[in-house]
Write a protein that binds this ligand. Structure first.
Ligand SMILES: [Zn+2]
Length: 395
């Protein structure tokens, strides 16, 4: 005798009462709907002429219908979860905004193989870094110098994508990862050198005043006057193009015993410039400054940005890279209080102060700020027992 889930059907189908068959058909029909083709053959399919229950009217009453049980029947398998990209954004956020992407976030092997992928990487690098800047990704540290430093604070991806063609023989993903790792090492070296510079200044109780982006006929002579009033010497990192426009000013700088270093020809940000242009900017800068700066004279990277290529180029000529430890803030959008800069230098027991002596087209208040900070630092250094020296005299 057929059974439905172990329950005997004899009571319903043995013909003792006609209604018993009708009643007996209910659970079978329902069972067929609930279990599909698994109903007993010939019993759960009325109307198909198979067996006795074909004459039993099937009750259409909806109140007997049971909701489908999620635990019975064949459950449809959920669609496979799409793999979510993980890691890259978190890794980028875990690093200073200035830092090139970590190598773990770099490989995207599918895209770089497309034709022209180098340009695509360039765009993605800029966009990603812009997002970081919007979220305040920068974490302290010295500000980049230069009149347009806020706008020019560069994306770490730009120079990396530019190095891509140089590694055309390697797989794009591996080349990108290697380039990023190299730039991360370059950045780490910079941080170590700044920390060492800060420690040297503190140990020797030295304040170094540095003036970038000059010379200018408007501001540089006034800075020289302030320095002369205190009998102090400083270091000037000149631009080749401005030296050509005011050579007599640079002659005076040298004549008064100050140190002159190189700051490139056109102040190119190495992070936002093709590598060959950045290298040429360095080379041409030393060429234009040859009357005042030796071929291995000190070098300050524009905007404080260097790549592995520019770093090696400067080291090959034997020129020391000159960082700073305290930014005077004279190029910041909001000028700080002059006393704030002085307090920070005193609190650190010395340091290398960044200021700018270019004056053409510069608001008068910023030029006055440079002079004010210079004067206050010189007075505070003397009062605090700190020595004011050029970088060349920092042991
Ligand atoms: Zn500069």
């Amino acid at each position: 005798m057929p059974r439905a889930r172990g329950r005997p059907l004899g009571g319903a189908l043995d013909g003792r009462h006609p209604s018993a068959r009708r009643v007996a058909g209910l659970p079978l029909g329902l069972r067929r709907r609930r279990h599909g083709a698994r109903a007993p053959h010939g019993l759960g399919r009325p109307g198909r002429g198979q067996g006795e229950p074909a004459r039993v009217p099937h009750p259409p009453a909806p109140r007997h219908r049971l909701p489908p049980s999620p635990r019975r029947g064949r459950a449809r398998a959920p669609p496979p979860a799409r793999p979510r990209p993980v890691g890259s954004r978190l890794l980028v956020h875990g690093l200073p905004a200035e830092l090139p992407r970590a190598s773990g976030a770099a490989p995207r092997p599918a895209r770089p193989r497309r034709p022209g992928h180098g340009l695509g990487l360039l765009r993605r690098g800029r966009a990603g870094h812009a997002a970081l800047r919007r979220r305040g990704g920068r974490r302290g540290g010295p500000r980049a110098p230069g009149a347009a430093d806020a706008a020019a604070r560069g994306p770490p991806g730009a120079h990396v994508s530019a190095t891509g063609p140089l590694r055309a023989g390697a797989p794009a993903g591996a080349a990108l990862a290697a380039a990023l790792a190299g730039e991360a090492a370059t950045y780490a070296a910079k941080r170590r050198e700044i920390a060492a510079l800060r420690a040297r200044c503190r140990a020797q109780r030295v304040v170094v005043l540095t003036f970038d982006d000059g010379p200018s006929r408007e501001l540089t002579p006034r800075v020289l006057d302030v320095l002369a009033d205190h009998g102090a010497q400083a270091t000037f990192f000149a631009l080749g193009q401005r030296a050509a426009g005011a050579p007599e000013v640079l002659d005076r700088v040298r004549a008064e015993g100050h140190e002159i270093g190189a700051h490139t020809m056109n102040h190119r940000n190495a992070w936002r410039t093709p590598p060959w242009d950045a290298l040429r900017d360095i080379r041409e800068g030393y060429g234009a400054l040859a009357p005042w700066v030796a071929t291995d004279g000190r070098f300050r990277p524009p905007h404080g940005k260097q790549t592995g290529l520019t770093r090696r180029a400067v080291r090959r000529r034997g020129a020391p890279v000159a960082w700073w430890t305290v930014d005077s803030g004279d190029t910041h959008t909001q000028l700080p209080a002059p006393d704030a800069v002085v307090r920070r230098v005193l609190a650190e027991g010395g340091g290398v102060v960044l200021a700018h002596d270019h004056g053409a087209g510069r608001p008068a208040e910023r030029q006055e700020f440079v002079l004010e900070v210079t004067g206050r630092l010189l007075r505070a250094a003397r009062a605090g027992g700190l020595h004011v020296r050029p970088l060349r005299d920092l042991a």
